[in-house]
Write a protein that binds this ligand. Structure first.
Ligand code: GLN
Length: 385
């Protein structure tokens, strides 16, 4: 009998972060844990130096500095085509990881059922379990990773209190269409459920796909807790700046949780980030086109090797089917790849509730030179395909 809390039952160590440790120990290129190996924009780094010199060393306002929330509200109002009030609708958090946890603690009771698309980002499963809730899985069917609307309805009929959606999706690279999101919105309204969105890849979307904010669909602002962060958009995953965007009532609940959970995100870094939140539209267009090029470098190598994959529509992950390589499962393939080839992916089964073992996930948030080096190493898989 374990001495530790029951809520930890079913929660293992993060496999994504474990792969980073294995990659480091083996000296392998890390295409597992998704974070950049290139710096953020110079002006943002300069702003951080300046913010420290300006003396923002003590606690900020719990729900985020006035400057940060004003700049974020202006940007999100523009992007989401919704009026976002800095004082009523935003809570600044320590990354979107805290945002998701605070959002869930604000609306979920122990024993509640929460719909989770599978494959899922592993943190979302942990969020459900740590809240004492129960996941109701709805499959995203490969290779396109589409859901079946009848299966989704059946999950709502089981009494779901909320649904979690990661869009653009980690790990699949899907960008859910407006029509798909409308199906979710209609069901959420019919069954009076909340929706928690993880939209950290909102600005990493490949033409012709477009990102639609679920909160912007008619009737959804009042029941959506939109979680996002600055980590991926400005290449600052270590700054831990995220937020929950929600209506006034839900923001009030999120702020209570956040206040007691972490008090607040780093004061000086919030002040610095104002510079980034004011970047012009061209910054976001450039970010998406840079990632498109990086995506194409990696996909070019996968084509040359002959491995099937699902073309990412957004985010910076690709799910690759390695079942024809002759290994017992995705973990066996991953360990071989790390130690013999020098490239680390994440074994795909950690994202599927069904234990699907055909896939590994690579990410391409890396300098071109790193991706080319990884691609050249990966070419050695060809003999196995
Ligand atoms: N979201 C990134 C990934 O899926 C980083 C995960 C993490 O460790 N925070 O790889």
């Amino acid at each position: 009998m374990s001495r530790t809390a029951k809520r930890l039952t079913g929660i293992g160590e993060s496999c994504i972060r474990n792969m980073t440790r294995l990659a480091e120990a083996a000296g392998a290129l890390n295409l597992a844990q998704g974070f950049p190996d290139f710096p953020p924009p110079d002006s943002l780094v300069e702003a951080a130096h300046q913010a420290l010199s300006d003396g923002h060393h003590q606690y900020a306002t719990t729900w985020g500095t006035a400057n940060f929330r004003a700049a974020l509200a202006a940007k999100q109002t523009r992007c989401m085509d919704l009026y976002i009030d800095p004082d009523l609708h935003l809570t600044t958090t320590c990354g979107s990881t805290e945002a998701m946890m605070a959002a869930m603690m604000a609306v979920i009771n122990p024993g509640d059922k929460v719909i989770l698309f599978s494959p899922f980002y592993e943190n979302h499963m942990a969020d459900i379990l740590l809240n004492g809730a129960e996941p109701l899985f709805v499959n995203l069917y490969p290779p396109e990773f589409h859901f079946d609307a009848d299966e989704l309805r059946a999950a709502f009929e089981q009494g779901a209190r909320a649904l979690i959606i990661c869009n653009p999706s980690n790990p699949t690279g899907r960008v859910f269409s407006r029509a798909e999101l409308q199906v979710i919105a209609d069901l959420a309204q019919e069954f009076d459920a909340f929706v928690l969105t993880d939209e950290v890849y909102e600005h990493i979307v490949y033409e012709p796909h477009r990102h639609t904010y679920l909160a912007s669909l008619p009737g959804m602002f009042e029941r959506t807790l939109c979680c996002s962060s600055l980590s991926k958009t400005y290449s600052i995953t270590g700054w831990r700046l995220g937020y929950v965007l929600a209506c006034q009532e839900l923001t009030g609940a999120v702020r209570k949780v956040h206040d007691f959970l972490t008090i607040g995100a780093a004061h000086a870094l919030q002040e610095a980030a104002v510079v980034a939140l004011r970047y012009p539209e061209s910054y976001y267009a450039n970010l998406a086109s840079e990632y498109r090029r990086k995506r194409n470098i990696l996909l070019g190598y996968l084509d040359e090797i002959g491995l099937p994959y699902t073309t990412p529509e957004g985010a910076y992950f690709v799910m690759v089917d390695v079942s024809r390589c002759g290994f017992a499962d995705d973990f066996a393939f991953t360990h071989w790849l790390i130690h013999e080839i020098g490239v680390a992916p994440v074994p795909g089964s950690v994202f599927f509730h069904s234990g699907e073992t055909r896939y590994v996930r690579f990410h391409f948030s890396k300098r071109d030179a790193t991706l080319i080096e990884a691609g050249e190493r990966l070419l050695r898989i060809k003999q196995k395909v």
